[in-house]
Ligand binder design. Structure first.
Ligand code: DSN
Length: 490
C-alpha cells in the first residue's frame, strides 16, 4: 500500500505531466509578474530604484515593513466579506472575521482604549473617504462643519472651499463649511478666533486635524469650544497617528468624540484608514437620565452599506500586523527619533538662514517659508525632484497663489525608517540649500515672455533638466542615499 506521502507525490507528478500548473489557463495565474508581464515588472523595478535612490521628505509618506507587504500581497485579497465580523453577506468568512477582529482589538489596545467605551471601524479605504463617512453618519446634508483652512495647513476633506465660496472638496458641497485659521504672525492655530466663529456659526462638527502644521494641537481647547456650541469634536490624527501611538505627542482621544486616521503615514502600515468612535454613556441629565452615544451604529452603517462594498481584507490583515509592530519598544524609539530628527533638521535650516512657519517644529514636519528667497515652493519642488529629493510645495499662511506658493513642506518619517539621524539630516539641509541657490540662478534664465503658470513651470523644469550642475548633484545624491537600506532589501 502506498504511504500518504508517496501517494501525494504520485498525484503531483501526474499534475505536472499533464501540464495543469504550467500551461494554458493555469499558467496565466501561476506565473510571477517578472515572467507574465515584463512591461509592468519593468515599471515596478524603476519605482523600486527611484525609492531607493531618492530622499523622501514628503511627511505623509513612509516605507512600510516587509511583513506588512507580505499581507498586502496575500490571499486575503481574494475574499468578499461585505458586512462586519459575525454578520457577513458572503459565506466562507470565518477566517476573515478573525483577521478583522484581531485588527480592531489591536487598534484599541495600541491607543489604550477601553472596548466598553470606544469602538473602531477598520474598513475605510483611505483617509478622505473616512472623514466623509463620519460627516455623513452624524450630519444631514446641508448641516455645518468647521475645519482648518487648507492654505493654513488643513486638509481638503475638512471642507475646503475657495475664498469665493466655490466648493473644491465635495464635502463643502454636501455640507456647509466654515474654515478657521492660524494666526498669520505666529503660524499657530488661532483658538480665540475659532471660538468666536464657532459661537456664531454653530457647527455640528469641529475638526481638529492638520496636514501641514508643525506644532502640537491643544485638544482640550478644541473640546471646550466644541462643547460650548454643542458640536462633535472629530480629530483627524492621520499625520501623527504613529507619534500618538508612541506617546511622543499629545493624544486626541481624551477630548474627542470621534478620531479618524490613515494607517500609512507615521504609523507605517498599509494604505488604509480607521474610524474610532465613543460608545457607552455620553452624558447624564440633571434628572439623572443617561444619554448614550449613538455613534457606533451610525458610523458602521455609513461605512457599509452607506459608502463602501467589500472591505479590502488584505489591507486589514496588513493593518493588524502594523498595529502589532506599533506596540513594540522599537517602534516607540523610531517615533521619538522622527521628532528628534525633525527638530534637528529645523535647527539646521534655521542656522542656514531659512525662515520656518511657526518658527520650528514639535512633530514630524517642517514648513519652510521661502518668501525671503528669490524662488517659490513650486520651483524648489521641481528642482528637488530633478535632484532625487521628493518634497511638497505648500501654501503658507497669507499666500495668494496655490500654483506658486511660498512654502515647502518636508518631514522625517520616511528617511528615519531608512536609518537617517542627525548627520544625514544636516547633509540633506545642505542639499536643500544648494537646490534653492541653483533654482534662484536658473530662474534668471527663464524666458521673459508672458506665460501661464503651468508653462512657466515647464520652462523652469526644462532648465533644470539641461543644467550640468543639476545633473552632477543629482548623481551624487542618488549614490549617497542609495547606500541606505529600504525595508525588504536583500
Ligand atoms: N495627502 C496627504 C498629505 O500629504 O498630507 C493627506 O491625506
Amino acid at each position: 500500500m502506498l504511504s500518504r506521502a508517496s501517494a501525494l507525490a504520485k498525484c503531483m507528478a501526474t499534475v505536472h505531466r499533464r501540464g495543469l500548473l504550467t500551461s494554458g489557463a493555469q499558467s496565466l495565474v501561476s506565473k510571477p509578474v517578472s515572467e507574465g508581464d515584463p512591461e509592468m515588472f519593468n515599471i515596478l523595478q524603476q519605482e523600486r530604484h527611484r525609492q531607493k535612490h531618492s530622499i523622501t521628505l514628503i511627511p505623509s509618506e513612509n516605507f512600510t515593513s516587509k511583513a506588512v507587504m507580505d499581507l498586502l500581497g496575500s490571499e486575503l485579497q481574494n475574499k468578499y466579506s461585505e458586512g462586519y465580523p459575525g454578520e457577513r453577506y458572503y459565506g466562507g468568512n470565518e477566517i476573515i472575521d478573525k483577521s478583522e477582529s484581531l485588527c480592531q482589538a489591536r487598534a484599541l489596545e495600541l491607543y489604550g482604549l477601553d472596548p466598553a467605551k470606544w469602538g473602531v471601524n477598520v474598513q475605510p479605504l483611505s483617509g478622505a473617504p473616512a472623514n466623509l463617512y463620519v460627516y455623513s453618519a452624524i450630519m444631514n446634508i446641508g448641516e455645518r462643519l468647521m475645519g482648518l483652512d487648507l492654505p493654513d495647513g488643513g486638509h481638503l476633506s475638512h471642507g475646503y472651499q475657495l475664498k469665493s465660496g466655490t466648493p473644491i472638496s465635495f464635502i463643502s458641497k454636501y455640507f456647509q463649511s466654515m474654515p478657521y485659521h492660524v494666526d498669520h504672525t505666529t503660524g499657530l492655530i488661532d483658538y480665540d478666533n475659532l471660538q468666536m466663529l464657532a459661537k456664531a456659526f454653530r457647527p455640528k462638527v469641529i475638526v481638529a486635524g492638520t496636514s501641514a502644521y508643525s506644532r502640537l494641537i491643544d485638544y482640550a481647547r478644541f473640546k471646550e469650544i466644541s462643547k460650548e456650541c454643542g458640536a462633535y469634536l472629530m480629530s483627524d490624527m492621520a499625520h501623527i497617528s504613529g507619534l500618538v501611538a508612541a506617546n511622543v505627542v499629545p493624544s486626541p482621544f481624551e477630548h474627542s468624540d470621534i478620531v479618524t486616521t490613515t494607517t500609512h503615514k507615521s504609523l507605517r502600515g498599509p494604505r488604509g484608514a480607521m474610524i474610532f468612535f465613543r460608545k457607552g454613556i455620553k452624558s447624564v441629565t440633571k434628572k439623572g437620565k443617561e444619554i448614550p452615544y449613538e455613534l457606533e451604529k451610525k458610523i458602521n452603517f455609513s461605512v457599509f452599506p452607506g459608502h463602501q462594498g467589500g472591505p479590502h481584507n488584505h489591507t486589514i490583515g496588513a493593518m493588524a500586523v502594523a498595529l502589532k509592530q506599533a506596540m513594540s519598544p522599537e517602534f516607540k524609539e523610531y517615533q521619538q527619533k522622527i521628532v528628534d530628527n525633525s527638530k534637528w533638521f529645523a535647527q539646521e535650516l534655521t542656522r542656514m538662514g531659512y525662515k520656518l512657519v511657526s518658527g520650528g517644529t514639535d512633530n514630524h514636519l517642517i514648513v519652510i517659508d521661502l518668501s525671503g528667497t528669490q524662488v517659490d515652493g513650486a520651483r524648489v519642488e521641481t528642482i528637488l525632484s530633478a535632484l532625487n529629493i521628493a518634497a511638497n510645495k505648500n501654501t503658507i499662511p497669507g499666500d495668494k497663489s496655490a500654483l506658486f506658493p511660498s512654502g515647502l513642506r518636508i518631514g522625517t518619517p520616511a528617511m528615519t525608517t531608512r536609518g537617517f539621524g542627525r548627520e544625514e539630516f544636516s547633509q540633506v539641509a545642505k542639499y536643500i540649500d544648494s537646490a534653492v541657490k541653483l533654482a534662484e540662478n536658473l530662474k534668471t534664465l527663464e524666458p521673459t515672455t508672458k506665460l501661464d503658470a503651468r508653462s512657466r513651470l515647464n520652462e523652469f523644469k526644462k532648465l533644470c533638466n539641461e543644467s550640468s550642475e543639476v545633473a552632477t548633484l543629482s548623481k551624487e545624491i542618488s549614490n549617497w542615499v542609495g547606500q541606505y537600506p529600504v525595508p525588504g532589501d536583500a
